[in-house]
Design a protein around this ligand. Structure first.
Ligand SMILES: N[C@@H](CCC(=O)N[C@@H](CS)C(=O)NCC(=O)O)C(=O)O
Length: 350
């Protein structure tokens, strides 16, 4: 292919479009549509003229902030902060999890740092122009974000931990009736297995409910049990994945949402009863699954059992399980999954 290459200071819109087109096509083929949308805030005077504002874009779960301009007479009034918060909230509503902006040190470096943005360029890379790049992950102001959904007991395990721990976090509801491609881009990018729950803590992403519980117990030091109980805690979590976290949700799912042949229902029911009997026998000996008190093992193993009726199972047939569930319900901040997992309900765990 023959071509010429030339540098200039002329920025023609048609050239911009021609450069952008193959880039967008390439991005599209690799990561799906970016969902790119302008995000603009205008400050107008009483005649309707624009005096300043915010200019940016959201795409691929990121807010790209291009300009923030506070008109001279309004500087120092907190308007800059208000606009940034408005832009962040707007981008969060679009499913964004992070923001990118850059500024010169003589402009507003300190301002953005106070808003929680982190200088992401090493000193040596700045060159003589003192440009600094600022990168903030999780502009929700809370450092933990949980993606979950109504009726998902796996998500509820994590949400329940955060509520019981009274740990500040943001909860975002994912509509699981939407196809995996139609779910918010930020979630799709974060969810390695395409499922809820997903937890983002600062810039780290965690999947699989029980793996997330193990992380949270270690991260917070809460519901972790005593040091010599850690092995037992893990044993219960691995048991849950294969037993009560398989049998009860699948039976409930088959009865409520996806009709199954009688043999499948009978298999799931027998398995659920066996699992409840295992728990019942164990709980006849002690209050919680580990001797020291409630741990992530209890949070995990009990999650789907608050929906036993949906699985056509009777709590009273397992008296020790019934007593244990009542004790868990009695813990401070305990919230029923139907409420805890609502979209927009109980938005923050504080
Ligand atoms: N083993 C996973 C199971 C997660 C799971 O099954 N999530 C379901 C909701 S409970 C889900 O996201 N389903 C929607 C989908 O697969 O598209 C865990 O413990 O986190």
């Amino acid at each position: 292919m023959e071509y010429t290459i030339a540098l200039s200071d002329i920025a023609e819109e048609s050239a911009r479009q021609s450069i952008l087109k193959p880039l967008a096509e390439c991005n599209n083929s690799r990561a799906g549509p970016s969902g790119s949308r302008p995000l603009v805030i205008e400050i107008r005077n009483k005649n309707g003229s624009v005096l300043g504002g915010f200019w940016g874009t959201t795409a691929y779960g990121w807010l790209f902030a291009q300009w923030l301009v506070v008109p001279e007479p309004l500087r120092g009034t907190g308007l800059g902060r208000t606009m940034m918060e408005l832009a962040e909230r707007g981008s969060i509503e679009r499913g964004c999890v992070a923001a990118w902006l850059d500024t010169f040190e003589f402009q507003a470096g300190g301002f953005y740092e106070k808003l929680g943005y982190v200088d992401s360029l090493p000193m040596a890379d700045r060159g003589s122009v003192s440009t600094i790049g600022l990168l903030a992950v999780q502009q929700s102001g809370l450092d933990m974000l949980l993606y979950g959904s109504t009726d998902s007991g796996h998500s509820y395990k994590v949400r329940s931990f955060l509520l019981l721990a009274d740990w500040p976090h943001d909860y975002r509801w994912i509509d699981l009736t939407a196809s995996r491609q139609e779910r918010p881009k930020a979630f799709v990018l974060a969810s390695k297995f395409g499922e809820v729950p997903v937890l983002i803590d600062e810039s780290y992403t965690f999947c699989q409910s029980n793996a997330i519980l193990l992380y949270l117990a270690q991260r917070t030091g809460l519901f972790a049990g005593e040091v010599d109980e850690w092995q037992g805690v893990q044993e219960w979590l691995f048991w849950e994945t294969n037993r009560v976290g398989f049998s009860v949700p699948n039976l409930r799912f088959a009865l409520r949402w996806s009709k199954q042949p009688p043999e499948v229902l009978a298999f799931l029911r027998a398995r659920a009863i066996a699992d409840l009997s295992t728990l019942d026998a164990f709980l006849s000996e002690q209050m919680f699954l580990l001797p020291s008190g409630p741990t992530i093992a209890d949070i995990s193993c009990s999650a789907y059992l608050f929906w036993l009726k949906d699985a056509d199972l009777d709590e009273s047939a397992f008296p020790n399980v019934q007593r244990w569930l009542a004790d868990i319900r009695g813990l401070p901040h305990w919230t029923h999954p139907d409420v805890a997992m609502l979209s927009g309900g109980l938005a923050k765990g504080n």
